[in-house]
Design a protein around this ligand. Sequence first.
Ligand code: NAD
Ligand code: TDX
Length: 337
Amino acid sequence: MKKMLVTGGAGFIGSNFVHYTLKNRPEYEITVVDKLTYAGNSANLETVLDKIEFVTGDICDRGLVDKLVGETDIVVHFAAESHNDNSLRDPWPFINTNIIGTYNILEAVRAYGTRLHHISTDEVFGDLELDDPNRFTEETAYNPSSPYSSSKAASDHLVRAWIRSFGIQATISNCSNNYGPYQHIEKFIPRQITNILSGIKPKLYGTGEQVRDWIHVDDHNSAVHLILDKGRLGDTYIIGADNDHVNNKMVIELICELMGKGKDWYEHVNDRPGHDMRYAMDSRKLKHELGWQPEFTDTESGMKNGLQQTIDWYTNNRDWWQADKDTVESAYAKQGQ
Ligand code: NAD
Ligand code: TDX
C-alpha cells in the first residue's frame, strides 16, 4: 500500500479524485486534508468516510502540513481558493491559501523527500484572442489576468523553483475548465443547471463568445493518475479535451436543450471585469508520452454525454445544492449577474 495525502479532497475535483482512486486504484491508502471552506463539503465523501482518513485542517497551518506530509508517500495538492469572481470581490484568501499554503507543502515535501503532484490551471497563461488558432503548451509564458489566476501562477512558480533549487520530486499539471458532479453551484455549468431546476433563467456573462476548453472531471483525474505513474519528475503536463471550439453561449444553449427548454431560454447579464476570452489546450505531450485519452468526448459538441450525466446528477441530488442556491444567487445579483 502507498500512502497518499490529498489536499482539498472535499472540494469538487479533489472529491472526484478520491472516488476515482478508491474505485480504480485500491493500492492507495488515502488521507484527505481539507479546511471545509464554503467550497468544501464533507458530504462529497460521506459514502467513503470508512475507507479514508479525513482531517479537517488548513494548509496554511505549517505544523499540521509538516505532520501530515511526514506520514505520507505522495501528496496530490488540489486545495485552493478556486473561483475567479470571488477573487475579484476579496483577493486575500487566494493569496493566503494558494501561495502560502503551497509554500508550506513545498517545505514539507522538501524536508521528507516526498513525491508531490501540484494541480494547476490553464488560467496561468492568460487568454488567447478569439481568432487565435494557437493553444497553450508546456512552454507558453505565464500571463495571468485575475487575482485567482495570478495566485495559481505564483504557486506554480514556487513549485518550479523548489524543483530546480532543491531538487524536490514534483510534477505539475495545468488543466482547463472542469465540469461534472459535486461542482459548487457558483461555477458556470452547475449554476445554469440548478437555475433551470429552480425555474430561473440561465445567466450568460456579456456576449458569451468566450471559449473554455471544457473537460469532464474524471478525464482530468485519469490524467493525474497517469502523471503520478509515469510522469517525468520536474515536468509540467497540459491537460485538455479539445473542446476549444465551444463557446459559453453554445454551452448554455446545449444545457437549455438537454433540459427541455427552448434554446434561447437564458438571459445576458453583466460581464466579468477583465474576462479572459479564450483558453485552448495542447495536450499532445500527455497523449503521446503517457498515452492519455479523454473518455467523455462525443462528435457533436465534445461534451454532450458528459453534460447529460452532470445534469442527471444535479437533478437527482437536489439536497446537495438546494441550501446554497439563494446565497449564491443573491451574491451574483448584487453585481448584476
Ligand atoms: P473547489 O473550490 O471546489 O475545492 C477546493 C477545496 O479546497 C475545498 O474543499 C476547500 O475547502 C479546500 N480548501 C480551500 N482552502 C483550503 C485551505 N487553506 N486548507 C485546506 N483546504 C482548503 O476547487 P476545485 O474546482 O475542485 O479545484 C481544485 C484544484 O484544481 C484547484 O487547485 C484549482 O486551482 C484547480 N483547477 C480547477 C479547475 C476547475 O475547472 N475547477 C481547472 C483546473 C485546475
Ligand atoms: O453565471 C455565469 N455565467 C457565465 O457566463 C458564470 C458563473 C460564468 N460565466 C462564464 C465566465 C467564464 O467565461 O462562464 C465561463 C466559466 O466560468 P467559471 O465557471 O467561473 O470558470 P472560470 O472562471 O473559467 O474558471 C474555471 O476554470 C479554470 C475554474 O473556476 C477555475 O478554478 C479553473 O482554474
